[in-house]
Design a protein around this ligand. Structure first.
Ligand SMILES: [Zn+2]
Length: 425
């Protein structure tokens, strides 16, 4: 049966002109409304609803859900369910968040009521509104929505929240990870309910390391513990993804040793920058330049901002303190990123600390001799740089924890030198 035959059948059932029905039908099909749904819709329109189909006529595929349209009805597989408590219009409210998918795509959702769904369930969501969240459509499933069980929807996406740390992205909800606690420290903060103690630190698995915050400050999260964290969410904090445990996160020991490699994952500059932020990553790239604000710099003693001519942007005229820093532009052919070296790493590439830098600047009566000397040393050479990569409105920065020439670890060069010296003695 082609569209024409369907139109003919509808027209004779409804007692209306075939042309009219054919046009309505082809319009609906153009918007990818499934054929049976389209026919029910036309029947309803002509006042002979057969009672079939779902509660609203706008059943759509996930890939066709746009932010401009009205409420939708969609049949999909629940991929993940995360539970979180938020304050909404002054009220404490428990919401469910995660992703739904059908064969055409994936969409995130927020459920404002407990419909009792679990990852893996196939459901028809009737009358869900669509809002824009971080540039993407998101389904809002609330009191006026209807949820019913559907036949299993086959999806190309992974069902369930299990992920490696390297695959976590800000905005992820309902994730399940198996990690080793690498660092854990308690901190008291001014939370929304007054002073509260949280536990912060670093978790690792076979793929990566990430910072974490446990808002419940569980004692089981101690250094060396191997744990499954069921239902965590990920947000961007200080430019990198952070794993968050809430009151709804289930923490259980795992009976295997989670091994965390010593080295950081090595990525191209483009891969690192496109990730939007990574904790502990390694790139190998050429230094193609040194930015302004490198070398012997001055900082505000109150806020640590870099000051120029003794003027802090926030504190005005201050008694600035000297510091050393390098902002090196790295390029590996795929993209560029600015590596930021702290005072210790800067002293290594400069070959001297604050005292030496001050002496050189005084002798030349020009502070820029320090950054010039650094540029001479590092520009045009390849380096292996490890650190935390953040991306914000100011660009991509790699906060370096290691900065070594790519052509050989300096540790070996140093020991060779030492061996030579000993041989001389
Ligand atoms: Zn300041």
């Amino acid at each position: 049966m082609d569209i024409d035959d369907h139109a003919e059948e509808l027209a004779s059932d409804l007692g209306v002109a075939k042309e009219e029905v054919a046009e309505q039908l082809s319009n609906l099909l153009e918007y990818r409304v499934p054929l049976e749904e389209a026919k029910s819709s036309i029947r309803r329109k002509h006042g002979t609803d057969d009672g079939g189909g779902s509660s609203t006529p706008t059943a759509v595929d996930v890939e066709d859900i746009g932010v401009d349209g009205g409420p939708v009805t969609v049949t999909a597989r629940v991929l993940t369910v995360g539970t979180r408590s938020i304050r909404y219009q002054g009220e404490e409210q428990t919401i469910r968040e995660g992703e739904l998918a059908d064969a055409t795509g994936t969409i995130s959702y927020t459920m404002w009521e407990d419909f009792g769904v679990e990852a893996g369930d196939s459901v028809t969501v009737g009358n869900a509104s669509v809002r824009e969240w971080e540039g993407e459509p998101e389904l809002n499933i609330g009191g006026s929505s209807a949820l019913s069980t559907a036949e299993t929807v086959e999806v190309p996406s992974e069902v369930g929240g299990e992920r490696s740390l390297c695959d976590l992205r800000p905005g992820d909800r309902g994730r399940v990870v198996e990690v080793r606690i690498l660092e854990a420290n308690d901190r008291t903060i001014d939370g929304r309910d007054g002073e509260t103690t949280i536990r912060e630190g670093v978790v690792g698995d076979e793929s990566a390391r990430l910072p974490f915050t446990d808002w419940q400050c569980r004692n089981v999260l101690t250094e060396g513990a191997d744990l499954q964290l069921d239902d965590v969410y990920v947000r961007k904090f200080r430019g990198v993804p952070q794993v968050n445990l809430t009151e709804f996160t289930e923490v259980t020991p795992v009976d295997r040793a989670v091994s965390v490699p010593e080295s950081a994952p090595r990525l191209s500059v483009a891969e690192s920058v496109n990730s939007g932020g990574l904790f502990d990553v390694e790139v190998v790239a050429n230094v193609i330049g040194v930015r302004d604000g490198s070398g012997l710099i001055e900082r505000c003693p109150e806020c640590s901002r870099v000051v120029q001519n003794g003027q802090c942007r926030a504190h005005g005229e201050v008694d600035a303190e000297d510091d050393l820093r390098v902002k090196a532009i790295l390029d590996d052919g795929t993209d560029t990123v600015t590596a930021v070296l702290d005072a210790d790493l800067t002293a290594e590439v400069y070959g001297g600390g604050l005292e030496e830098a001050r002496a050189a600047a005084t002798e030349a009566m020009d502070r820029s001799v320090v950054s010039n000397a650094i540029a001479e040393e590092i520009v045009g050479r390849a380096y292996r740089v490890r650190g935390n990569l953040s991306v914000d409105e100011y660009g991509a920065n790699l906060d370096a924890t290691e900065f070594d020439p790519a052509d050989g670890p300096p540790a070996r060069q140093a020991s060779d030198l030492l061996a030579e010296l000993e041989a001389v003695e």
